[in-house]
Design a binder for this molecule. Structure first.
Ligand code: HEC
Length: 203
């Protein structure tokens, strides 16, 4: 009986030390709010585990209703170049400024970590997004969005074997900033003989 308080004090001390070590390890407290540092391994692992557990089993087991045809891959690729590449890069590597500087950063989707997710899980992520990350939800519930997301799942499966030709073609499909549009227009005008601009200056 006389030992009991010491046992509790000892146990409480151990819990407190371990707890604060884990807290400091998991949270950005030690590092501030910067998104420049990569997440710790345990943070990454936990986030993926929790996400994996929160995708309903019925969603994980869904099979892709769109065929693995060239046409579907082309459509998925065009969609990716337009909507996803700004964060994920055309080849899915995530090697692009926006994706790299996010917290958590975008993963290299060509790797096993992504490729071992089920089709249903990829679809679920695309439709619903991922909370507390930069990954937006793309599904509005419309049949068109549903179909587009399944096509994107086909395209994601294709990422690991994508050719450089395909990648180059995508560069023409990436969204343009107003500056880029202007530059392209000027180039086009130049190629057309360089006079098209002048016409606008006659009043
Ligand atoms: C604004 C930036 C942004 C855009 C645009 C974006 N994503 Fe993401 N995406 C992210 C981030 C950040 C993550 C990583 C989240 C995490 O670590 O949990 C992610 C994760 C994913 C994942 C999960 C991969 C994995 O291994 O866990 C899939 C699938 C995905 N995105 C598909 C898409 C598709 C398809 C599009 C286009 C329709 C898209 N994303 C557009 C930021 C973006």
């Amino acid at each position: 009986m006389r030992r009991l308080p010491w046992f509790f004090i000892g146990a409480a001390t151990i819990l407190l030390v371990a707890g604060s070590a884990i807290f400091g390890w998991l949270t950005p407290v030690a590092q501030g709010f910067s998104t420049r540092v990569p997440p710790t391994a345990i943070e990454r692992w936990l986030a993926r585990r929790i996400r994996h557990m929160s995708v309903p089993a019925s969603a994980k087991d869904l099979t892709n209703p769109v065929p693995n045809s060239q046409q579907v891959l082309n459509q998925g690729r065009a969609h990716w170049a337009d909507h996803c590449a700004s964060c994920h890069a055309n080849n899915g590597s995530g090697e692009i400024a926006m994706g790299r500087q996010m917290y958590p950063p975008v993963p290299d989707m060509r790797k096993l970590e992504t490729q071992t997710l089920t089709d249903g899980e990829l679809f679920y992520v695309i439709q619903n997004g991922i909370r507390l990350t930069g990954m937006p939800a793309w599904g509005s519930g419309s049949a068109q969005d549903t179909e587009d997301s399944w096509k994107l799942v086909r395209f994601i499966r294709h990422l690991p074997v994508m050719t450089t030709d395909e990648e180059q073609e995508m560069q023409g499909m990436n969204p343009r900033t107003p500056d880029e549009l202007k530059e392209e227009q000027e180039e086009q005008n130049f190629l057309n003989g360089g006079n098209t601009n002048e016409q606008h200056h006659h009043h």
